[in-house]
Design a protein. Sequence first.
Length: 421
Amino acid sequence: MSAELISILVLVVVFVIATTRSINMGALAFAAAFGVGELVADLDADKIFAGFPGDLFVVLVGVTYLFAIARANGTTDWLVHASIRLVRGRVMLIPWVMFVLTGALTAIGAVSPAAVAIVAPIALSFAARYAISPLLMGAMVVHGAQGGGFSPISIYGTIVNGIVEREGLPGSEITLFLASLIVNLVIAGVVFVLFGGLKLRKVDALAEGGSDDADEAAEAAGRLTTARIATLAALVALVVAVLAFDLDAGLTSITLAVLLAACWPDDSRDAVSQIAWSTVLLICGVLTYVGVLDQMGTIDWAGEGVSDIGVPLLSAVLLCYIGALVSAFASSVGIMGALIPLAVPFLAQGEIGAVGMVAALSVSATVVDVSPFSTNGALVLAAAPDVDRERFFRQLMVYGGVVVAVVPAVVWLALVVPDWG
């Protein structure tokens, strides 16, 4: 049995044990990374730790720390009531506001995880306040980010268009952008209907019919205190630092959190304990194991095996599925950078249209970022207040699995098959 196949089977075992024994999957993944790395791949500790996602660790800790402080001093409550006033009590519109907001941020150049890190904590706090499904709200945020993620001036868009140009393939920036936008918009609409979005009309009616109660609730949430003003300023500073100055979202958020904690220690006393440590362990462990798979060449091995099949349409759909599956656990940009070149040989034969194939690969590799193992999904999981985290994790995992199973086939049928031959 090859080392690559062993590494994949071990990953399956990790999933089974974590699901049946209620052991943190991240802890299991660290153990698997050590066992497979040392015994199968002959990697030393330094190479195993090379896959540890230090940047994501800081993002998860920093963002959840900052918003734990915001919850403690009442800033998130104030933001929730401000959002209600903005949409005139129509709670039903809030998920779509979050979709549009994250989409606009990524479309103008924000990295997708940075946009989600900014919007998700506010969106999930709102969901907790009004008993909106956290899965609905989290999915709207992530799919919004991916909907705008392939505009011609976006990070994803410029990267993919650059790869296409470097490989000498025909491309269409507008087709790529519209394909991602339409797919994510349709998914958001389906999620909105399936997970209770239409039921929010009742909440709207209560909000519109009970203005006095709403005023009393707003008063109970408190006016803008000095601490809340400073926290709002910190959130604005986070947006400006990330979008205008391209600073790291994790380092920026943890710096701002420390400054707030130093000025108002009473509000921040328990904030560190509210950092989503179990989520941090889970995500960092799994991604460390994925790093071992990358070091071993397991991902390249799988991709090359698909390319050698010799049936272009079958190779195309399998590449879309590999992109979706691997991206659910790893960097979407990295997967796109690897898969598009792998598709070049059979694209060069002229039987498969390059524009549709590139769009299908790009959408497949990014639409699954709602998975709790991806950066965006992890941020949503970490940002949700007052939830059963294990249950929410399972919901995100199941939803991510459905997206992995369905979307690649759909985009393949819509974008690749029509151009075949």
